[in-house]
Design a protein around this ligand. Structure first.
Ligand code: AMP
Ligand code: MG
Length: 375
């Protein structure tokens, strides 16, 4: 009944009322390459063939592979149905949906609070938490800027400076009012809006894993367009092997391998959605401080964590914060590690990473700590 997938601007999307999607969209090659890469690496040493299915949702290709015996693709379809529901609740893409919970929230800005589903409320609460701990580098109210730039959904030019300034003036996570008792969301000023494109894919992956786990699955690989989540180990008991993608044009290559079990590996980079103007690449991760795509020498950040929602928010956050601030933030959090790749092809890793990551691409160099680099 509903075609697969969502578009990207506000790439995550979704519902209480259940949005209606308007039409399928272009899928990004990069995501497809990441899917293939992760699947290849993970599968190469496993014994039996997994049960696998894929779908276009959340602006990317989702692929779920179950390695335990006794399951079929009906369970994976349940997973995709759940992700589709999340998309219909949380999408802020007016191109894809007439109506979602978050479109309703944004349209009610300056006027009235909107009651949302428990899903949407939880994602907004977590997004607000990350907005706070990053002091607004991650900002859940980034929507006016995302809409203005429209990167990945038709935007091809740098907007006029006064429009950037105007949009930026409406971005401030501190104004977002979440009422846990009423489960309502309120934006006090017209022109404000929330966008969960930097975090909702992670939430969807966590939900997908929960559904599989409830059904008894112990060994599975979820690839949500490069957001990877692994359940358990490979069937032979060895860790999964996940390729960390190479951040340049070499789409099918990876710079190194993460070996892990029961974890999620999420990467943010400037290559997924962008346009080029006057030789400059403008990508979809925006710095609320400038109103422009973040530009600070970082080319890619990969986060390894327990929960995909956290890893998703933190990869976007640290990409905006830059190497030194981002590195310090990750080191201050328990159970989270990061691999930063700079434009100079230096790779900085937080303290726990050497236990599970192997750099395999000679074009890249493992560097020391970011503070020693800056001296
Ligand atoms: P990701 O690909 O997970 O790094 O998320 C990028 C998406 O997050 C963008 O497409 C926007 O929807 C949203 N976004 C962009 N910049 C920010 C920001 N500074 N804070 C929060 N969300 C952002
Ligand atoms: Mg993210």
């Amino acid at each position: 009944m509903r075609p697969p997938r969502v578009g990207y601007t506000p790439r995550m999307n979704q519902t209480l009322s259940g949005g209606r999607r308007r039409g399928a969209r272009t899928v990004y090659l990069r995501a497809a390459a990441a899917v293939l890469l992760a699947a290849t690496l993970a599968g190469c040493q496993s014994s039996g063939e997994p049960v696998t299915d894929s779908s276009q949702l959340l602006g990317t290709i989702l692929r779920v592979s179950i390695y335990d015996n006794g399951y079929d693709t009906r369970l994976i379809q349940d997973v995709f149905d759940r992700v589709s529901q999340i998309e219909q609740q949380m999408s802020t893409s007016e191109k894809d949906y007439d109506d979602t919970e978050l479109l309703e929230v944004n349209r009610a800005a300056g006027d009235h609070p909107v009651r949302v589903s428990a899903d949407t409320f939880e994602v907004l609460q977590r997004a607000q938490y990350y907005s706070r701990i990053t002091e607004g580098a991650f900002d859940v109210t980034i929507w006016p800027l995302v809409r203005l730039w429209a990167i990945g959904s038709g935007g091809t030019h740098v907007p006029p400076q006064e429009e950037i300034d105007d949009a930026r003036a409406h971005v401030d996570y501190r104004q977002l009012q979440l009422d846990p008792d009423a489960q309502t969301v309120f934006l006090p000023d017209v022109g404000m809006g929330v966008d969960v494109g930097g975090i909702a894919k992670g939430y969807a992956a966590d939900e997908a894993a929960r559904i599989l786990g409830d059904a008894g699955v112990e060994s599975a690989l979820l690839d949500f367009g490069g957001n990877i989540l692994v359940m358990g180990t490979k069937p032979d008991g060895s860790p999964w092997r996940i390729g960390v993608q190479r951040p340049d044009a070499e789409r099918s290559r990876y710079i190194g391998i993460v070996r892990t079990a029961d974890k999620t590996v999420v990467t943010s980079g400037p290559y997924e959605r962008f346009f080029v103007q006057d030789g400059v690449r403008y990508h979809h991760i925006l710095d609320p401080a400038t109103g422009f795509p973040a530009r600070n020498g970082i080319q890619q950040v990969t986060i390894v964590a327990e929960r995909s929602m956290d890893a998703d928010a933190l990869s976007t956050s640290t990409y905006v914060m830059g190497l030194e601030r981002g590195f310090d933030l990750i080191e201050s959090l328990d159970g989270v590690e990061a691999i930063f790749v700079t434009e100079d092809r230096d790779v900085y890793v937080t303290s726990g990473v050497p236990d599970f990551f192997e750099l395999t691409d000679d074009d890249y160099t493992l560097a020391g700590s970011p503070s020693s680099a800056s001296q």
